[in-house]
Ligand binder design. Sequence first.
Ligand code: ADP
Ligand code: MG
Length: 212
Amino acid sequence: MTTLDCAAARGMLLACAEKIIESKPLLTEIDSRIGDGDHGIGMAVGMQKAKDRLEKMEACSNVYELFQEMGKTMLMSMGGASGVIFGTMFLGGTKGKEPLPALGCRDFAGLMADSLEAVRIRGKASAGDKTMVDALEPAVRAMETYGGDDFVEMLSLAEAAAAEGVEATKNLIAKFGRAKSLMERALGFQDAGATSVWIIFGAMRAYLAAMS
Ligand code: ADP
Ligand code: MG
């Protein structure tokens, strides 16, 4: 699969929403260990609203608009740090982009790289701070480095990089959220938001793999 048109993008984003909703118990459990336990609930609420919004949208001719609506809906419907952060992960990169009816691998890697930048500006977290950036940054770098034109191949690399990033958060001390006050007591536990990023890339890969 070498192009992501509106129909494929919509299906892919709906798959992300469904997978996160399905993973609510897992995310809740992970956030309960070192956070306040609300990450799964917040993400599921935002993703359900985003799913409703995408399903109701008229046929669209600009792929970026789907990402924009997804992010906006999450920003508006979710509370906490993750509403802003995960809303921006979908919305941030669309700013200033000329409308496109379909994206190639380079366009998609560029979109997510700009979203990462927006997340970093909004949340002020860097790699190593035990946040979702620890999964998003390696996933984006893997897509930027990828030289081919196959979405499934590119997303498989991103998913694997995100998984490594999640694993790495176990050895980090948090600079944000409730886990921060736990200091080294948070060692050994993975970050909830990073886990969501990995789930999102996995859902994108699985959806497009099943389509092609
Ligand atoms: P809250 O922290 O408000 O309870 P959630 O539990 O839903 O929100 O989300 C927590 C997750 O959000 C963390 O696991 C982390 O990955 C991510 N996060 C928190 N603050 C930031 C930040 N400043 N930048 C990036 N990600 C962040
Ligand atoms: Mg929380």
